[in-house]
Write a protein that binds this ligand. Structure first.
Ligand code: SAH
Length: 249
């Protein structure tokens, strides 16, 4: 495990006190990299106050306007959520998921996303993820305070940091690096355009097609070579469609 390859990403946090609480939880557990996506009220005295002796984490926090600016270069992305969604994604409890994060972090840039206090992460935000992480709770009330959710995930990672017995990462014996998120997003745009082109996808009634395809590819995890092959197939497909429409052989 390499904590330097793990970033905690807070999306649209409303209360600056929570940002401070997150910084403290991270420092307590040996995590350093905090990204803040369009926080509502930051910088703030309240954040500094709640961070206690973890103001260095706040000082080095990266504030960005969009989620993609925070995680575009990541190869492995985990979204945290208390709620199950209409299209379920591969879901793990905090402990098992921490193991996957720890493994991936040995070689890859990993992001863990945390949502808004009032409504969590949107479906679109969760659909950029490879895995969903759920912290098991009482059925009576499953939504934790944001900083406490970060605390628990960071604690599970901290416990693994001292373990030497993690199995080999899946990347260890792989022949090409896994694709980064910004390349996956370009692929999804290309795929969608091609599916519209060949009239498999009706933009007026897209249903859940792109969500399901995202789930498929994010579950498999494409390496850079595989991604290039698929992009090549899409490019040729679009060329053929264009030629056929122009009546050329
Ligand atoms: N009311 C929101 C929950 C927001 S809590 C909702 O219904 O989605 C703020 C954030 O803390 C969540 O977006 C998530 O990132 C994290 N969180 C809270 N409880 C969690 C749980 N049980 N499992 C995983 N993440 C949780």
């Amino acid at each position: 495990m390499n904590p330097d390859n793990i970033r905690i990403v807070l999306v649209n946090t409303t209360h600056p006190g929570n940002i401070g609480g997150v910084a403290r939880a991270m420092k307590n557990m040996g995590l350093r990299h905090l990204y803040l996506v369009a926080p509502r009220d930051y910088p703030s005295e309240q954040a500094v106050w709640r961070a206690a002796s973890a103001t260095d984490i706040l000082d080095s926090a990266v504030v960005v306007p969009t989620l993609h600016a925070a995680i575009g270069d990541c190869q492995f992305v985990v979204g945290t959520s208390a709620r199950t969604r209409r299209i379920p994604w591969p879901l793990l409890g905090a402990r098992q998921c921490a193991e996957r994060i720890a493994l991936a972090s040995a070689r890859e840039q990993v992001a863990i996303l945390f949502g808004r206090e009032d409504r969590g992460l949107t479906n679109e935000e969760l659909q950029v993820c490879n895995l969903h992480l759920n912290i098991p709770t009482s059925d009576a009330y499953s939504s934790l305070n944001l900083a406490m959710a970060v605390q628990i995930v960071a604690y599970e990672l901290c416990m693994l940091a001292s373990t030497t017995e993690l199995p080999d990462s899946e990347v260890d014996q792989w022949d090409a690096p896994f694709a980064a998120l910004h390349d996956m997003e370009r692929f999804y745009t290309h795929l969608e355009e091609t599916l519209v082109d060949i009239e498999f996808l009706d933009p007026a009634a897209p249903r859940q097609l792109m969500s399901r395809l995202r789930r498929l590819y994010n579950r498999v995890r494409l390496d850079e070579m595989e991604l290039n092959i698929l992009r090549g197939i899409l490019t040729e497909t679009r060329k053929w469609v264009k030629r056929a429409r122009a009546g050329k052989p």
